[in-house]
Design a protein around this ligand. Structure first.
Ligand SMILES: C[S@@+](CC[C@H](N)C(=O)[O-])C[C@H]1O[C@@H](n2cnc3c(N)ncnc32)[C@H](O)[C@@H]1O
Length: 262
């Protein structure tokens, strides 16, 4: 029997690892590390370093595998992702059965938390025969962004929405929500919304040594973020960023619920 453990490792700071994550890393028979070629964004180095730092079990094997390349199928985005997940599931299956023919525990070190904009759980569901799957929580980029700016994610008693750059570009500011967190945005989609009354809290490489933070009114800070992104991408060759947008609520729109401390 195969047990597959998806271990959330936080967003790049080895100090994000929980005691539970360290215990699970050491309990694994096999750790799979994905490689995306020469692209630094594959973060394979960081995963290797984490293993060097916390792995004490000499029986645990570390095996790297090459990630299949995703087809650039912008017109049929979901189909492209689906095919890609199938291809990854096939590589996992082949590697796991070659390494653990008699069964055992396989771990994957998942960026942030496995539940947030991450496909590992969905890919795991495609494996046949189906392994026992466990998910170990990790710090998410949105926690780390909020901590870096020392801000709350929600306004008093109010909801917030986590979405993607693609959604923000396609559908604009969602109705009934004053705070949105935007991830997976390679295109500075905040440029497409009306900046009046909107504050942005932006972070690149949050929790990592090269962390960059900018915040302020969107009208002025937006162009500074576009520049900072370009400079960081030129320097590092890749970039990962996330931001929170908050719209001031007009006093007449505040509901009585907003007066309840939350
Ligand atoms: C595929 S998702 C993975 C999210 C991850 N599972 C989590 O819990 O945060 C990748 C997106 O997460 C955000 N992200 C992850 N790590 C980040 C970091 N260190 N700094 C800024 N954004 C980050 C970015 O928006 C990036 O495009």
């Amino acid at each position: 029997m195969i047990e597959l453990v998806l271990i959330g490792i936080g967003t790049g700071n080895p100090e994000h690892l929980t005691l539970q994550a360290i215990r699970e890393i050491n309990a694994a028979d096999l750790i799979l590390i994905p490689r995306k070629g020469s692209d630094k964004a594959d973060l394979a180095d960081l995963r290797r370093r984490i293993c060097q730092q916390v792995l004490q079990n000499l029986q645990t094997r570390i095996v790297e595998f090459d990630m299949p390349v995703r087809r650039a199928a912008d017109r049929d985005y979901l189909r492209g992702v689906d095919d890609w997940h199938d291809a990854i599931a096939e590589i996992w299956t082949t590697t796991i059965h070659a390494q653990l023919p008699a069964g055992g525990t396989v771990a994957l070190l998942v960026w942030g938390d496995p539940s947030l904009y991450d496909s590992t759980l969905r890919i795991a569901a495609r494996l046949a025969p189906r392994p026992v799957v466990r998910s170990i929580p990790g710090l998410m980029s949105l926690n780390v962004l909020a901590a870096a700016h020392a801000i709350g994610l929600n306004d008093v008693g109010a909801p917030f929405l986590v979405t993607t750059g693609r959604q923000l570009r396609g559908h604009g500011w969602p109705a009934g929500i004053e705070t949105i967190v935007v991830m997976l945005d390679g295109e500075c989609s905040f440029r497409q919304i009306d900046p009046a009354g909107v504050t942005i809290h932006w972070g690149a490489f949050v929790g990592m040594p090269g962390q960059i933070l900018l915040s302020g009114p969107l009208a002025e800070t937006g162009p500074a973020i576009v520049e900072a992104r370009q400079a960081a991408r030129a320097e590092h060759g890749w970039l990962m960023d996330i931001y929170l947008l908050r719209r001031a609520i007009a006093p007449q729109d505040q509901s009585p619920a907003a007066a309840t401390p939350g």
